[in-house]
Design a protein around this ligand. Structure first.
Ligand code: DAK
Length: 261
């Protein structure tokens, strides 16, 4: 059943083959309440099932990508209640999005907001973006991947400083550290994200899916097993019509027309 989300705007064809998912809970600075996370997970799953969509852009507003998990909601919860709410399974559903996911981040990306950008495959930031893990200032610590994905992205020393002081970093620092792909002026970051998404949408969706899986596998396993996985996905691309089309187009000196088959 198509969903009608309350805190999201979903545009399946914001650009040809590129969908836009926009967080829209402005009064609370897109605080990631359970229902918002559920809507994001459902929207991404719907877009993954829609063959017209090849790449998804996830964004907030110019002021805020997301200011983290909902502090008002969490302030009254016990450990067991937090456990039972089982946010992890929603984060896992988002992580399993098999289509390329580009975050377009402006303003605050804090706590769960920073973690949500890191679940995406690439990040385009506006010059005003701030990335941080301020949980320690609330007497807690990151719970959505902040100690793991951030450390892999920026290295131990920088991750420790961000996680232990709660001090955010600027868009430019995030780009210098490898957390962000590119930085654009605030009026252009979304267009820049669309440009990146469109470049990927021109490729074979089959190859993109298999390649994304293989890159992600490098974070989960040792080199031998990762290379083995890569090789199998490489061979699998030869089962697609897109592989025939891509190679034929090269030899015929024309642009390929990939169909996702
Ligand atoms: N939750 C709820 N409300 C929030 C919020 C948040 N995270 N952030 C802001 N708001 C609300 C404010 O309370 C305020 O509401 P009213 O007072 O108007 O009713 C409104 O949004 C506007 O905020 P401010 O007045 O504070 O606006 P400023 O421009 O002065 O400051 C700010 C913006 C983003 C710097 C500031 O609001 C701020 O520091 N916000 C909190 C940032 C933060 O600490 N984030 C980390 C939260 S903990 C897990 C997965 C993930 C997580 C945990 C577990 N599992 C899977 C297990 C994640 C945890 C977190 O993210």
């Amino acid at each position: 059943m198509p969903l009608s989300p309350q805190f999201l705007t979903v545009t399946p064809e914001a650009r040809p083959h590129v969908a836009l998912v926009q967080l829209n809970r402005p009064k609370e600075l897109n605080a990631l309440h359970y229902n918002l996370m559920l809507e994001i997970a459902q929207a991404l799953e719907e877009l993954c099932a829609n063959p017209a969509v090849r790449v998804i852009v996830l964004t907030g507003s110019e002021r805020v990508f997301a200011a983290g998990a909902d502090i008002k909601f969490m302030s009254e919860r016990t450990a067991v209640e937090m456990l039972e709410i089982d946010q992890i399974s929603l984060w896992e559903r988002i992580r399993k999005t098999h289509k390329p996911l580009v975050a377009a981040v402006s303003g605050f990306a804090l706590g769960g907001g920073c973690e949500l950008s890191m679940v995406c495959d690439m990040v385009v930031a506006s010059e005003t973006a701030q990335f941080g893990q301020p949980e320690i200032r609330l007497g807690i610590m990151p719970g959505g991947g902040g100690t793991q994905r951030l450390t892999r992205a920026v290295g131990k020393a920088r991750a420790m400083e961000m996680v232990l002081t709660g001090q955010p970093i600027s868009a430019q620092e995030a780009a210098d550290y490898g957390l962000v792909n590119r930085v654009a002026p605030v009026g252009q970051y979304l267009e820049e994200a669309y440009r990146l998404a469109a470049a990927i949408a021109r490729m074979s969706p089959v190859a993109a899916r298999l390649a994304k899986e293989a890159v992600n596998r490098s974070f989960e396993t040792h080199l031998d097993e990762g290379l083995n996985f890569e090789r199998k996905n490489f061979y699998l691309t030869f089962a697609s019509e897109d592989q025939k089309e891509g190679m034929a187009a090269f030899l015929e000196k024309r642009l390929p027309e990939f169909k996702g088959r």
